[in-house]
Write a protein that binds this ligand. Structure first.
Ligand code: 13P
Length: 251
């Protein structure tokens, strides 16, 4: 039986947002109040904005996360940020293994796993992303690909509190395309089974988010599928009204 988990709707701002974006973030914070206790809301802005956003969200239903971290806690790694630094800045979570980082920076499953473990070392929730390419779906390799990514990218130990898995089909990101509800359900059930085998009862408590062209118009259909415990939202999270419109599915 699937446990009833409190949904998480997380916005990934990617490389968007300047100090002036605090106003839009403020609208998310204000609009999130009615969802308190029903769903967790999170915005993952560029790291430059984490301290200000975390301060303005304090005491609200919204938390703040990072988009990537280095595996090490400190050292000679110019331009990188440690998970400890994100936590120090006010983040409670960090996305690791997003397909854009796997593509742009050649991140491997093993590196993603090290980053997830770094997140745990720093007391952050790791949001680990997996997802197939269009060619892999067409070749009916989706579950094999996802299985390999989970095997390689997930940390050795995890709880429902410190791990979130995001299923983001690469071909659905920023394209307006989404898998059918049946296809989403199949992958999420597969991920759930993997999590239970790996982490036992805690694996039943890890939230599995769907990501890829989630909008207010399709949120009702996508976010009510079994084992879909929320969303990781890109483009639509940049507008408070759209982001809140998605989260309202759980209102
Ligand atoms: P879009 O919602 O813009 O498709 O992006 C999804 C995503 O990559 C979230 O991490």
């Amino acid at each position: 039986m699937a446990e009833k988990l409190r949904p998480l709707v997380a916005g990934n701002w990617k490389m968007n947002g300047l100090a002036a974006s605090a106003a839009e973030f403020g609208k998310v914070v204000a609009g999130a109040a009615p969802l308190a206790g029903k769903a967790d809301l999170m915005i993952c802005p560029p790291a430059t904005l984490i301290p200000a956003f975390a301060a303005s969200a304090r005491g609200s239903a919204v938390t703040v996360g990072g988009q990537d971290c280095h595996a090490k806690a400190s050292g000679a790694h110019t331009g990188d940020l440690a998970a400890e630094m994100l936590a120090d800045a006010g983040a409670v979570a960090v996305i690791v293994g997003h397909s854009e980082r796997r593509a742009d920076h050649g991140e491997t499953d093993a590196q993603v796993r090290d980053k997830a473990q770094a997140a745990h070392r720093a007391g952050l929730t790791a949001i680990v992303c997996v997802g197939e390419q269009r060619s892999e779906r067409e070749a009916r390799e989706t579950l094999a690909v996802i299985g390999r990514q989970l095997e390689g990218s997930l940390p050795d130990a995890a709880t429902g509190a410190n791990l979130v898995v995001a299923y983001e089909p690469v071909w659905a990101i920023g394209t307006g395309l989404t898998p059918t509800p049946a296809d989403v359900g199949e992958v999420h059930a597969f991920i759930r089974q993997h999590l239970r085998q790996r982490y036992g009862a805690e694996g039943g408590r890890v939230r599995i988010l769907y990501g890829g062209s989630v909008k207010p118009a399709n949120a009702g259909e996508l976010l009510t599928i079994a084992d879909v415990n929320g969303a990781l939202v890109g483009g639509a999270s940049l507008k408070a009204d759209d982001f809140l419109g998605i989260a309202a599915v759980y209102g």
